[in-house]
Design a protein around this ligand. Sequence first.
Ligand SMILES: [Zn+2]
Length: 389
Amino acid sequence: MVTAAAAMLIFTEIHAQTPTEIHEKAILVDTHNDVLSNELINKLDIGKLQTAGNFDLVRAKQGGLDAQVFSIWCGPQYGKGTAFKFANREIDSLYALIARYPDMITLVRNSRELEKAVKEKKLAALIGVEGGHMIEDRMDYIDSLAKRGMCYLTLTWNNSTSWASSATDETTRRDSLKHVGLTDYGKKIVRHLNDLGVMIDLSHPGEQTFYDVLATTTKPVIASHSSSYTLCPFRRNLKDAQLKAIAKNGGVVFVNFFSGFLDSTFFKKYNDYLTVHKTELDSLTKLYNDVDLATDRLFVIHKTETDQLRPPLSLLIKHIDYIAKLIGVDHVGIGSDFDGAPSYPLGMDDVTDYPKITAELLKIGYTEKDIDKILGGNFLRVLKANTGR
Ligand SMILES: [Zn+2]
């Protein structure tokens, strides 16, 4: 005879957890999503289920997402007098979303608040400012953005600032740059971010800036949305030596899902496709007055064709696995770049697809403990190391 208590014990011992259970139990953090820019341009209400795009609060819940860093971004056409203002408008739109859906989403600034939001079953919203040009060379603007909740500053976007050079500029027009790497003022900014507990994001800065930052920072850094250069040699993916340097610093690399940063054959196929449809793209660009919107629309019209440009999901897993094997499972995470790129691997259509990552990692031998770290544990650690909480 087996008592009920003994039966329960046997049951829990032999009952292996399903991938879904492991996924739901883990705290899942995505460190990069550009939906706020789309929300502002297209006037979407991302609190409600949307048919387009990769993110809304309804789908985020379905995908088991616990925390999202929302990217605050504006292009290099915004400069002194306009960039900081635009960044604040985007932050306003996040605050407004939170005010409309207080039961679904809440702003958090540190790991303690993040874990509290998870317990309350709300999406923890964090703010990442993507591009140093938004501080307009002013320390008081850093203070102001930090006060509003900025958890990381990507020191540059594709455009350099007067104090830090970007990966794009360091690789495409190095000789014409006034400075390569971090200037003395840039070093001052790094130390100030350290003091404020704002994480330094190295996803867009060039290699020289990257190493100058690591020689200056006293806190662990992140790369909020970058993949492996060895697997896909794109200028702002991270080389093995850079990955090792981040691990040595105690930082974390969050893998970008964009097909072009995963698959080295993508850009050639993509450009061929755009050439074939050039006339159509030109007329759509005229119609929308925006080449990015036109390109997105073109993708929808030719879905069967563009699906063929997408790499398999296994390639995304390969990047995660490659980085984990090279520098350790404590230094890798997820930074999808959803709503910020034109193509993602097959099966990775939106935020409802995160559970596939957990299932695939389990299949190739990752334990529940490893997966907890990759999905969110590593982010919590690096956030806490920066904010002190
Ligand atoms: Zn980016």
